[in-house]
Design a protein around this ligand. Structure first.
Ligand code: NI
Ligand code: MN
Length: 236
């Protein structure tokens, strides 16, 4: 897979840093401090131009407020999560919903469906309504298109994501239990037809047993590259 000037770094679990050809830093599903798979050198990440949150679970937004504070970057999420973060003192929030697109210079960030829940763990341990779970399609300045699926099961409308945005590279959860396992993720690949897949959301907790090798086996003979990164590993 050639990203033509972009770099994707996996920070463990569902957290990614995308450095775009135009030099923008996009952080997806920030869970840095407290993420057992986030490399030490990224835990105090202090550069971001946009912070994307797919849904309200702690393992996808646990570091969002801190990172927003350190960087001043806008936090892009569904409307409900944006309102929650604003109530917690985050100043720069962009609440949106599925089908909407936010631009960052020449970069397009589109919110798409995910089949998952989105409750927010409130400060007193209660679960707050967090809207619906989502994924993001990000089209970079050079036209390379990424799809971060968030947490999701496979769903048939992934075929619409394929038709509308034709993602070159799909970041897909494979751990199972809370999301797709390799079986469902392999079906998702058949709907999305990306050139490459980066597996995520596995191995962090004991329950997340799916492996990139299992996904690779299920996709034998398909023309898709499975890129199994180590936390801190990069794809360019
Ligand atoms: Ni989740
Ligand atoms: Mn999760």
């Amino acid at each position: 897979m050639k990203l033509e000037g972009a770099t994707i770094t996996w920070l463990g679990h569902a957290t990614f840093l995308v450095e775009t050809p135009g030099g923008k830093h996009i952080v997806m599903d920030p869970w840095l401090s407290g993420n057992p798979k986030c490399p030490e050198e990224y835990q105090a990440l202090n550069k971001a131009d946009a912070i994307l949150i797919s849904h309200g679970h702690f393992d996808h937004m646990g570091s969002a407020a801190d990172l927003a504070q350190r960087t001043g970057a806008p936090v892009i999420s569904n409307f409900e999560i944006g309102s929650y973060l604003a109530s917690q003192g985050v100043e720069n929030t962009i609440g949106m919903n599925k089908g909407g697109t936010v631009t960052l210079g020449d970069i397009k960030i589109t919110m798409v469906h995910a089949d998952h829940s989105s409750g927010i763990s409130g400060p007193d341990g209660q679960t707050l309504y967090g809207g619906e779970a989502s994924g993001f399609v990000v089209t970079l300045e050079n036209g390379v298109t990424l799809y971060h699926a968030g947490d999701t099961n496979v769903f048939s409308d992934m075929a619409i994501i394929r038709d509308l945005y034709a993602p070159d590279i799909a970041l897909l959860p494979i751990g199972g239990h809370f999301t797709m396992s390799p079986k469902e993720a392999a079906y998702a690949v058949k709907l999305l037809k990306p050139k490459a897949v980066i597996p995520m959301h596995y191995g962090t907790f004991d329950a997340l047993t799916g492996t990139p090798e299992a996904l690779q086996d299920l996709l034998a003979g398909e023309s898709v590259e499975v890129i199994a990164l180590q936390p801190g590993g990069q794809c360019r």
